[in-house]
Structure formats: structure tokens, C-alpha cells
Ligand binder design. Structure first.
Ligand code: ADP
Ligand code: MG
Length: 237
């Protein structure tokens, strides 16, 4: 019999919030489809990392989450895998109504990494992922978006540009991820983040990940998340 608090302690996981789901021990505990399990096996991810052990069951339960863990701890899969489940659970996929999953990251490079990771798990499920960041022509991006997508991975500035140009709608968006929230703040993206959040329906699921949690980020999280569960792994500054 698993002692939940001992198990969390062994992984250096701390949680706060009400009705926190139990951490998992293996990907097989997540109830993933065989398609998703195969995609995970293909990455040679043998077992979930500590942040994944606790964040996966929370995100899969539909709850909002604040996830704090250092760089390299596997945060990307912790929000991508539940996003795929969330999208596959939607009753009908109309391809022309904008993305269901919206992921914001501070830089092109980070957005591109997330884009690649998302594609690994989205492809076999027939989901389309679009990347929206600087360095690509806006014209080409608009064209790609017009073809339809289920997930966008974006830097805040370019996403706002595309919204202004009516290149996409947030009508369908119900799963919002703010990744590396501390860095987005450092880069001055708070107004853009607020604008994007304001354009997504309030009954969305919101996930905020960060390596550190400065007060300003904490304040924003409290404003835009609903009854979040906070998960911290290890010692973070
Ligand atoms: P973070 O966002 O916390 O900095 P990443 O999501 O970028 O971390 O993951 C860091 C590295 O660990 C990546 O190369 C990723 O493919 C790998 N990784 C993620 N989850 C697992 C896992 N469960 N087992 C092994 N490697 C993993
Ligand atoms: Mg990351």
C-alpha cells in the first residue's frame, strides 16, 4: 500500500491546494490510450520524472496547476500529454475554429522545442500543431493557420499579432499553458499574456509552469487560474 505523503517526500514533491490527486508511479497509471503509450515508449521515457508523477494526474483530472521545477525536469511532457488527452476527449473536432490547446513560451527557441515535443505526441493522434513565433513570415504563418490546427505553440508577441490579423480565433481554446512564466515576465510579456488570457474563455483549464516563482508571477497565477494546485519539486529559488 502506497503512503502518498512518503512517496511525495521521496520524490521531493510538495503540493498545496484542495483535493490533490495522488502522484502516479508509472505512465501506465495515467489511463493513456495505446496510441499515446506507444508514442511515450518511442521516446524511451521509461518512467515519469517527479514533476510528471504529480502534475500528470492533476492535469488529467482537469484541474488548474502551478508547476515549479528546475530546468531539465521534464515539464514539457507534463503539460503536453494531458493536452493530447484533453483534445482527444472533445466531442467533435471542427478543423476551422481555431486551436483547442494554446501554449505560450518566452522565446522562439523554447517555443520551437515545445513544438517538436508536441508533434511527437500529436501526430499519431491525427492532431495538427502550429508554431507561431518570429523569424517566419507572417504571411506564411497566416496561410498555415488557415489550413487549421488543434494546437498552437507561440511566443506572446507573435500570437497577439496573429490574433490582431484575425489569423486565428480562440473560440475553441480550452487548454492554456504558460510555460517558463518567470522568463516571460523577465522579458516584459506580462501585458501580452494578460491580453491573450483575456481572449480565452474563462472555463478553460490553465497550466502555469516556471523554474522560479517570483511574487509578480504568483500574483498573475492567482488571478488567472481557478482553484489551482501548486506543485513544487526540489529546492527552487
Ligand atoms: P523542462 O521543461 O523541465 O526544462 P524538458 O521538458 O525540456 O524539461 O525535459 C528535459 C529532457 O528530459 C528532454 O530531453 C526530455 O525529452 C527528457 N524527458 C522528459 N520526460 C522524461 C522521462 N519521463 N524520462 C526520460 N526523459 C525525459
Ligand atoms: Mg521547459
Amino acid at each position: 500500500e502506497l503512503d502518498v505523503s512518503e512517496y511525495r517526500k521521496s520524490l521531493a514533491i510538495r503540493v498545496s491546494g484542495f483535493d490533490v490527486p495522488k502522484p502516479i508511479k508509472a505512465f501506465a497509471d495515467c489511463g493513456f490510450s495505446s496510441v499515446l503509450m506507444n508514442a511515450i515508449a518511442k521516446q524511451s521515457y521509461e518512467k515519469p520524472t517527479p514533476i510528471q508523477c504529480q502534475a500528470l494526474p492533476i492535469a488529467l483530472s482537469g484541474r488548474d496547476i502551478i508547476g515549479i521545477a528546475k530546468t531539465g525536469s521534464g515539464k514539457t511532457a507534463a503539460f503536453i500529454l494531458p493536452m493530447i488527452v484533453h483534445i482527444m476527449d472533445q466531442p467533435e473536432l471542427k478543423k476551422d475554429e481555431g486551436p483547442i490547446g494554446v501554449i505560450c513560451a518566452p522565446t522562439r527557441e523554447l517555443a520551437h522545442q515545445i513544438y517538436l515535443e508536441a508533434k511527437k505526441f500529436a501526430k499519431q493522434n491525427g492532431l495538427r500543431v502550429s508554431a507561431i513565433y518570429g523569424g517566419m513570415s507572417k504571411h506564411d504563418q497566416l496561410k498555415e493557420l488557415k489550413a487549421g490546427c488543434d494546437v498552437v505553440v507561440a511566443t506572446p508577441g507573435r500570437l497577439i499579432d496573429m490574433l490582431k490579423l484575425k489569423g486565428l480565433t480562440m473560440m475553441r481554446a480550452t487548454y492554456l499553458v504558460l510555460d517558463e512564466a518567470d522568463r516571460m515576465f523577465d522579458l516584459g510579456f506580462e501585458p501580452q499574456i494578460r491580453s491573450i488570457v483575456g481572449q480565452i474563455r474563462p472555463d478553460r483549464q490553465t497550466l502555469l509552469f516556471s523554474a522560479t516563482m517570483p511574487r509578480k508571477v504568483e500574483r498573475l497565477a492567482r488571478e488567472i487560474l481557478t482553484d489551482p494546485i501548486r506543485v513544487t519539486v526540489g529546492e527552487v529559488g
